[in-house]
Ligand binder design. Structure first.
Ligand code: PEP
Length: 249
């Protein structure tokens, strides 16, 4: 049985006062029956990890470099994130792919680095609106999966997030049948490439405008093992509603 996962991505949001949201979440969910992950901006990872130490809430990073250390001004490594208390790193988010030109091969290299550092890699894939309207969704997903997950990936520290680019921050979501189609396809692709034992361990998250109001129906979809949540993870009340829906699913 895969343990479900509610993951939050704060993106470039949050000053030190935002740490209070983590305390609020822990108070609301002292003993969750699903895994919890919040990925604050890098500036808050250390403080967030300190605030949540000894609780079930894991802290993660939003990106990292492929190298462990070196002359890479402005970058941080997976090892540094781990040293700051992070247990996971989001990789290949569409905003990284769009804003920084990150391609599948780089995401795969980062996945290797993150797993080598003993952290969980949350690898994001998803089609643009033009690709969906052009009937290209499954081809795009197939290519991103093949290119972004390295051949020697470890199952126990891999999570895949399906995030249609056009659903992120827009309030729009695919139909439940469309989500099911892509999640079933991802599971089948992972099974074909790595075998059933490996594929059955991988949690598949849906991401894109998940809210407390639509979480229940999304979590009832086949092969949805949780969510990667942007905007609604910034407020404890909203993320708490999503956690409760996941626990009930
Ligand atoms: C995201 O960016 O990962 C995301 C899912 O954002 P939102 O929930 O705000 O659509």
């Amino acid at each position: 049985m895969r343990r479900k996962l509610a993951a939050g991505n704060w993106k470039m949001n949050g000053l030190s006062a935002q740490i209070e949201v983590l305390n609020d979440l822990i108070n609301r969910h002292p003993a969750p029956t699903v895994d919890l992950l919040i990925c604050p901006p890098a500036t808050l990872v250390g403080a967030a990890a300190t605030a949540t130490a000894g609780t079930p809430l894991m802290i993660g990073g939003q990106d990292c470099h492929t190298a462990t250390s070196g002359a890479h001004t402005g970058d941080i490594s997976a090892e540094m994130l781990g040293d700051s208390g992070a247990g996971a790193v989001i990789l290949g988010h569409s905003e990284r792919r769009e804003d920084h030109g990150e391609e599948d091969a780089l995401v795969a290299a980062k996945t290797t680095t993150v797993q080598a550092a003993g952290l969980i890699a949350v690898v994001c894939i998803g089609e643009t609106l033009a690709q969906r309207e052009g009937g290209e969704t499954l081809n795009v997903i197939k290519a991103q999966l093949a290119g972004s997950i390295p051949a020697d990936a470890a199952a126990d520290t891999l999570v895949v997030a399906y995030e249609p680019v056009w659903a992120i921050g827009t309030g729009k979501i695919p139909t439940l049948a469309e989500i099911a189609e892509v999640h079933d396809f991802i599971r089948a692709e992972l099974t074909a490439r790595f075998g059933a034992d490996f594929a059955d361990k991988i949690r598949l998250l849906y991401g894109g405008s998940v809210k407390p109001t639509n979480a229940e129906e999304i979590f009832a979809v086949s092969n949805v093992d949780g969510a990667l949540v942007g905007g609604a993870s910034l407020k404890a009340e909203d993320f708490s509603g999503i956690i409760t829906a996941l626990e009930a699913s």
